[in-house]
Design a protein around this ligand. Structure first.
Ligand code: SME
Length: 159
């Protein structure tokens, strides 16, 4: 296993194109889910220079903080609350260009300005987790992020 990621410079797309195959290789060589979630967070935090990267796992009908990189975050989020709880409830990816404009946004850090949240499914198509990436800049995320982040998430086995 490579112990260091090769971080590329250039556009966002160029960075993802260099990073995603390395992260997929890292994840596909390991069966432990938590180890994989933890490494994905680190790879994206340091590879893409995001402010906060983390997973919330569905447990007893709420989201509970899982592996993450970045400042400490709120530990529990109810279904339908904030961006994460809304992504879970609607079962859809949500891109928020300005968190202050998102009704009910949960401000774990006042430095977080924009975010993307992607739901993750098990084989029964139930949402079992959400993946949350936050930026300290407005308008950081678009369909390019969605595409490459989803490719990474597709290599996870959540059952
Ligand atoms: N922004 C999220 C809460 C989690 S933190 O940002 C890490 C939300 O509104 O769901």
């Amino acid at each position: 296993m490579a112990e260091e990621l090769k971080i590329s410079s250039g556009t966002k797309e160029e960075k993802y194109k260099a990073l995603v195959p390395q992260v997929k290789a890292l994840v596909e060589g390991e069966t432990d889910l938590i180890a994989n979630l933890a490494n994905i967070c680190s790879a994206l935090k340091y590879g893409m220079d995001f402010f906060w990267v983390g997973f919330y796992l569905v447990k007893n009908n709420e989201l509970v903080l899982g592996p993450f990189q970045g400042p400490i975050a709120c530990t529990r989020i109810a279904k339908g609350k904030g961006v994460c709880g809304t992504s879970w409830q609607k079962s859809e990816t949500i891109i928020v260009p300005d968190v202050e404009q998102f009704p009910g946004h949960i401000a774990c850090s006042s430095l977080s300005k924009s975010e993307i949240v992607i739901p993750i499914y098990n084989s029964k198509k139930e949402v079992v987790a959400v993946f949350d990436v936050d930026s300290d800049q407005l308008n950081s995320f678009d369909t390019t992020d969605e595409k490459y982040l989803q490719q990474i998430l597709n290599s996870l086995q959540f059952d």
